[in-house]
Structures are given as structure tokens and as C-alpha cells.
Design a binder for this molecule. Sequence first.
Ligand code: FAD
Ligand code: SF4
Length: 464
Amino acid sequence: MAKRSYTKTPMREQAPEVRNQNFDEVALGYTLEEGQLEASRCLQCKNAPCITNCPVMIDIPGFIKAIEEGDMPLAYEILSRYTNLPAICGRVCPQEKQCEMVCRLGRSKKFEPVAIGKLERLVADWALEQPVEYKEVTGDKGRVAVIGSGPSGLTAAGDLVKLGYDVTVYEALHAPGGVLTYGIPEFRLPKSTVKKEIERIVAQGVKIETNVVVGKTITMDEILSEFDACYLSVGAGAPRFQGIKGTSLNGVYSSSEYLTRVNLMHGYQFPTYDTPVQKSKNVVVIGGGNVAMDAARSAKRLGADKVSIVYRRSLEELPAREEEYHHSVEEGIEYHWLSNPVEYMDDGAGRLKAVKCVQMELGEPDESGRRRPIVIPGSEFIIEADTAIEAIGQGANKVLLDTFPELALNKWGYIDADEETCATSIPGVFAGGDIVTGAATVILAMGAGKIAANEIDQYIQKTR
Ligand code: FAD
Ligand code: SF4
């Protein structure tokens, strides 16, 4: 056998100076041969730690072995037992904090972990090229409504049809996918990949009705009388601002608005679509998560000369995926570490002309376990900017909650649901994903969807 490589098999990518001018996908995927080479690095551990650190407990050594043997149908069959969205997870999961973090190969000093996410993507992309198989569903075990078509709702719906239920997903927007469609940009997660993966779920028998705002178009009373149970997965995409002076100036956006204009409303396909996204020269993005990276990298692609990220902690605490941070640096995004904006400055005509910031230092850890940033007095500095995008987190999507006051919420305004069962204060109503946890990750939202599907099955079987 060939000597095991110390490093991951590299994945081909568009060159940074080319890709920061277009919205095409950055990472180009493995060929089968590259995938087999990477798969051969796996130690096939007994009691593999990568499995237990995956929120949906994929049989990782199992599907990797199948790749090594060139058996893609088997690799896909293994993945499909655990996830309905492998092409998405392979691209956007924070593997370095989950499966790859505990990979035994990576734990030895000399070796990098196996590129588990990239191998998952290889199998999923292969599967998306195969003909779609449509299944007949009897749906005779009962009727379930899923509200919201993000990764949590899609996972619950996919699992429930496999269990024999008649499932309808209601989505407020004109396209399904939640953040996968309106948040994460094309260059990280192509819309065609999301569409194809959703098509596979529909082929299993899930019905998706778009342009239905539950709470407005139909009420929760109607849902509860028509269905045996329902799963609320309405996400947390409501814009949030710090509320500093000048927030209402022209040129100050929430990340939700900016990215929705770029993605869902096709701003990235200008001039084919004429969705107005301001042409900017100097852009400042506030925040340090994936959302901040996506907004900054989108702004660069839309033609901004200079894009910088203002983050109140240091690189060590940056919550974004490691890969996105590296890509952003390669693409020319600049960073102001340990900094925070205190004012958006007016050009005298109601437009943003600069962002006034202060320097921070890190104190004792706060309730999140991260060191609390503290303002350094007299440290103000100014960054010239015609666009500022706040990416400091989102709040609960409220439309449904406001029309369903019987449902108990927690002190942050999210649905109060049991993490182990997704049960809410109302029998037959289950909830999960970002609307319960606050903004989190795709795979955690999917994990909740899986739990909910099993719990809904048990609930309906008991009550019928
Ligand atoms: P959502 O994806 O928010 O879906 C909720 C759906 O419910 C939406 O489609 C919404 O329109 C619909 N809805 C709301 N109200 C109603 C109603 N009343 N009636 C009908 N439908 C309704 N996570 C990662 O793991 N990796 C990443 O790289 C990553 N990058 C991200 C980048 C951005 C820009 C953003 C915003 C998030 C990112 N995340 C990432 C987080 C991840 O996308 C979310 O945690 C995940 O999508 C949550 O899934 P969900 O199904 O709970 O909700
Ligand atoms: Fe393979 Fe790493 Fe998982 Fe071991 S921990 S089975 S080496 S991926």
C-alpha cells in the first residue's frame, strides 16, 4: 500500500484573483481518483470518534471505505441512511469543530485529519447526477404539516415520508430551502445543488407548498385541525441591529437584507436581474461569523474596491468556518480585529460616509465562555465607507409566533421546546432548528429535524 499522506488531498479551487470577480463555486470538488486517494488515508477506526462527533451520527468509516473501493452507490446508500442533504453538509458543515476535530489520524501530531466533508460532497455530487427515482407514498400512517422549508423542516419531512406519513411543507417564500437558498451565497453553495437535493426529497413523496405564510395565508388553527401533528421550523432570520447612531442612514444594511437581495432576489446575476444592490466602493462588515464572511465576499464580488471586517474579538475567537476565513483573506478581505463600531457617520445628505469604531481588549470569559471584549477609552478611529453591513446575529422569525400566542416561548423569544424530544407546550406541536436554538448550524437544525420525525411518529401512533 502507498505511504499514507500527511496532508489532506487538496481540492481544486478557482484562483483567488479570479473568483473574487465572479459568483461561481470556489471549491471545484474531488475527482473519483482524488476521493479514493483521500479515502485511503482513513484508519477505519473501531468505535470511530468521528461518528459520535457528527450530530446525525453518519457511519463515516463505512461510506469512506465504499469510496476507497470505488463503490459509489453503496457510499451514497450509507450516507442516505443518516442525511437527506449530504451535498449541502459536505460543503457547509463546520467539520473542523465536529467529525474532523476528533479524527484519530488528525490527533497524531504529523497528520491532518481525513477530509470527511469533502468526501461526503464527492458522494453526494455523484448521486445528484444519477436519475431521480420517484417513490409512491401511501401516507396512511397520518398527516403531518411542516412549517418552514430550511434544513430542519426538509430533514423532518424527508424522514417522515420514509416512515409512511403524508407530509406537506409550507414555505413563506417563493422558493424552498430557507437559509440554504436566501442566505448562503452561490460561490459556497450553488443554488442548483440545493434545488437538486430538494428534488430528491420531493421524489420521496414530500409535498412543498411555497408562498404560504403560516399565521397569515393559513392559520395555526387550520393546521391543527387538518393534520395529526406539526413541526415548526421557521428559523431565525429576522434582522438585528446594534442600534448605534446613524443606523438609519442610506448605505447601512442588515446582513439579512443584503444577502437576501444578492441571493434570493438574484442581485448576483446583475444585469440579467435588476435587483437593486448598491454599487459600493468601501464596504465595512460588522461581525465574525459565516454570515459576515458571506456578506463581505459577496460585496467584493459585486465590485467593491475595499472590503473590511470589523470584529470585536480576535482571530482565535472567530466563529466562522476556518475555510471561509482563509478564503476571505485570499480574496483580499481585510480585518480590523478587536474593534467595534460606535457610530455611522452622515455625509450631510443622509448617506453613510464613514464608520467610527473603538478598539477593544479582552477581559474575563462571559457566559458564552469567550473572553468579554472591553472598550479601550480614547481609542476611536474612522474607516471610510459608503456601505456598512451588520452581521451580528439574527432574531426569531415572528410572523407565526405572533399569531399563535398559546405557544410558550423562552426568555430570548424563541420557541420553548424540549431538546431531547422537540415537544413544545402544545401536544402535537413540535419545534426545532434555529427557531428553538437561535442562529446555529445546518447540521444541528437537521439533527433536530431527525429527532422530531421520530417523536412525531411515536406521538401519532399513541394518539390515533
Ligand atoms: P431556516 O434555514 O432559517 O429556514 C426557515 C424557513 O422557514 C425559511 O425558509 C422561512 O422563509 C420559513 N418561514 C418562516 N416563517 C414562516 C411562516 N410563518 N410560514 C411559512 N414559512 C415560514 N450553518 C452552517 O452549518 N454552515 C455555514 O456555513 C452557515 N453559513 C450561514 C450563512 C448565512 C448567511 C446564514 C444566514 C446562516 C448560515 N448558517 C450556516 C446557519 C444555518 O444556515 C442555519 O442554522 C440553518 O439554516 C437553520 O435551519 P432552519 O431550518 O432552522 O431555518
Ligand atoms: Fe477514519 Fe478519522 Fe473516522 Fe478514524 S476518526 S474512522 S481515521 S475519519
